[in-house]
Structure formats: C-alpha cells, structure tokens
Design a protein. Structure first.
Length: 163
C-alpha cells in the first residue's frame, strides 16, 4: 500500500495537494464564515421561530456542503501521509499529529450534525426551547474549536510541505 501511495503521490502530487487544500479552505472557511458572519446576522431576526428555522436551514446547508470536502481531505491526507510520513521518517510525528487533529475535527463535525438534527426534531415537535438548547453549543463552542483545530492543521500542512 505504501509503495502505491508513494508512486501515486509522486505522479499526482499537484492535484492531491490542491484537492486537500481546497477541502481545507471550504471546511475551515465555511466554519469561519458561519461563526463570524452568518451567526451574528441571524441574531437580528426578531421572531424566535423564524430565527431558529433559518438557523437550522443554514446549518444543514453548510454541513451538507462540507461533508464531501471532509471525505476529500481524509482521502488525500491518507495518501500524503503514506507517501511522505511513513513510520520511521522524520515527518511521521507531524503527520500523526495532523491526522489526529483532522480526526478530532471530524468527530466534532459529526457531533454538530447530531445536535443539529436533534434540534430540528425538537423544532418540528414545537419545542423551541429544546431546539435552541441543542444548537447553543455549536456556535459558542464547537465551531470555534474546529476553527482553531483547522488553523492548526493548516499550519502543520505548511510545515510538512516545507520538506
């Protein structure tokens, strides 16, 4: 598998790195846009039911948008990790740290999707308070954590590409 990954990466490194970086831009950039632009704008909607409905819709759209890019990041990262960070190489530790960061981000994303879907069920059942409670950690904790981890992953990626 390692030999295949090294050869594949050597033949298509430009495209693999491009797709990996594009995925990171969409995922991390989408989260930054959501947290710093969309979320504050939604707070100006006076009707709580309308605000909650729009929030659920926008978050669903963001999560659907980034899912294929998360898969793309994981696939391209796996290829690059095998190709440049094989066990025993000087970059292996950095590759493992970066993989761990993306894994934590992916698990956090899955938890956000779960909370959003639960919130929608509460909303449909007419429990606005329950829906708000399920959504509250997303912009206040979960998105900021993923944004910080995403920036760290980008820094680690730049470090790895320097070699």
């Amino acid at each position: 598998m390692k030999e295949f990954a090294v050869e594949f990466f050597n033949n298509f490194s430009f495209f693999i790195v491009f797709l990996h970086v594009l995925g990171a831009i969409v995922w991390v950039g989408g989260m930054i846009g959501m947290r710093l632009a969309v979320h504050p704008g939604l707070q100006h909607i006076d009707d709580p039911k309308v605000r909650l409905a729009r929030t659920l819709e926008i978050v669903r759209n963001l999560f659907a948008l980034v899912l294929p890019f998360i898969v793309l990041i994981l696939l391209t990262g796996f290829i690059m990790g095998l190709a440049v960070g094989a066990p025993g190489s000087e970059l292996a530790t950095v590759v493992y740290i970066k993989e761990a960061v993306w894994l934590v981000m992916t698990l956090n994303y899955a938890a956000m999707v779960y909370r959003r879907n639960r919130a929608e069920r509460f909303f449909v059942a007419g429990d606005l308070s329950g829906a708000r409670e399920m959504l509250a950690p997303i912009p206040n904790l979960m998105l900021p954590v993923n944004i910080a981890l995403g920036v760290l992953a980008l820094v680690l990626g730049i470090y790895l590409r320097g070699f």
